[in-house]
Design a binder for this molecule. Sequence first.
Ligand SMILES: NC(=O)c1ccc[n+]([C@@H]2O[C@H](COP(=O)([O-])OP(=O)(O)OC[C@H]3O[C@@H](n4cnc5c(N)ncnc54)[C@H](O)[C@@H]3O)[C@@H](O)[C@H]2O)c1
Length: 292
Amino acid sequence: MKKSLSKSQFIRLTNIMQNDMIKKHSKVLKRRKSMAKNYFDLTGQVAIVTGASTGLGVQMAKALANQGCNIVALARRQNLIDEVAAEIEKEYGVKAVGIRCDITDTESVEAAVDAALKEFGRINILINNAGTGGVHPAEDMPDETFENEMNIDLFGTFKVARSVAKKAMIPAKYGRIINIASMYGLVGNKIAPTACYHAAKGGVVNLTRALAAEWGEKGINVNSICPGYFYTPLTEETLNSEFFQNYAKTMIPLARYGNEGELDSAAIFLASPASSYVNGQNIAVDGGYTCM
Ligand SMILES: NC(=O)c1ccc[n+]([C@@H]2O[C@H](COP(=O)([O-])OP(=O)(O)OC[C@H]3O[C@@H](n4cnc5c(N)ncnc54)[C@H](O)[C@@H]3O)[C@@H](O)[C@H]2O)c1
C-alpha cells in the first residue's frame, strides 16, 4: 500500500536532501581550493638554475623563488651571481646562494653540485638554462665555433643533468629537470646563419626525451622549454634591428617578441606538483613561431 508524504514531511525531506548536497558540494569546493593553492607551491624546495647571472636564468630563478623555492644560482661570474642571490633573498624571503661554475668543465660542475648539496642537503629542481649563440655561415663555419656551441649548449647541459641526477635526484628518488632549449631546436631559420645553435638545441630537445625515458623510473621528470625571441643580453642587439623586427612580425603569429616574465609560468609548471605526470615533453613558448 502506497503512503504519500504529508506537506510538512515533504518539506523536511527536501531540506535534508538539500543540506546533504550543500555539504557534499562544499567539501568538493574545499578540496578544489586546497589543490589550487598547493599546485604550484615550491616552498622549501631547492632549485639549481644555471646561467643565472643574466637574462632568462635570472627571471626563472626569481619566478621559482616567488613560489617559495630556495635558489642556487650557477654561472661563471661570481660577482653577478652573488648580486642575483642577494636580490632573491631580499625580494622573496627564501635562501639563495651563488656558486661559480663553468658548465663545460666537468670538475667545475661536480664541485658546484657538491657545494650546493653541502649548503642545502638536497636538490629537487634543475633549470638547465646556461647557453650561448654561435653565428656563422655554415659553409665557412670554423670547427671551434661549432665545437664551442656543442660544448656549452649540449654537452654542458648534459654534464649538469648527469651530476645532479647522480648525486641528488636518484638517491632521493625525486627530481625535476627542465632543459632550456630553443624554438630553433625544432626548426631551421632563414634570417641568421646559426646552424650550430640549431644542432645543439635540437640535441637538447632529444636529450630531454632520452633522459626522461632513462630516469623516469628513478623518480625524475625531465622536460624542456623552447623559448622564442626574448630580449636578453644574448639577443638584444639582434632583436633591436628594424630588419629583424619586421621579420618577427611576419613569422610570429602573435606578431611580437616575448616579454619579461612570459617564460615564468612554463618553468613553474614543470617544476611543480602540477606537472607530476608530464615527462619527456617540450613546451614551446614562442608566440606561435613553430606552429606555421
Ligand atoms: N633570449 C632568447 O631569445 C632565447 C631564445 C631561445 C633560447 N634561449 C636560451 O635561453 C638560455 C638563456 O639565454 P639568455 O637569452 O638569457 O642569454 P644570456 O646570455 O643572458 O644568459 C646566458 C647565461 O648562461 C651563462 N653561461 C654561458 N656559458 C656558460 C658556461 N660555460 N658556464 C656557465 N654559465 C654559462 C651566461 O653567463 C649567462 O648567465 C640559453 O640557453 C639560450 O640559448 C634564449
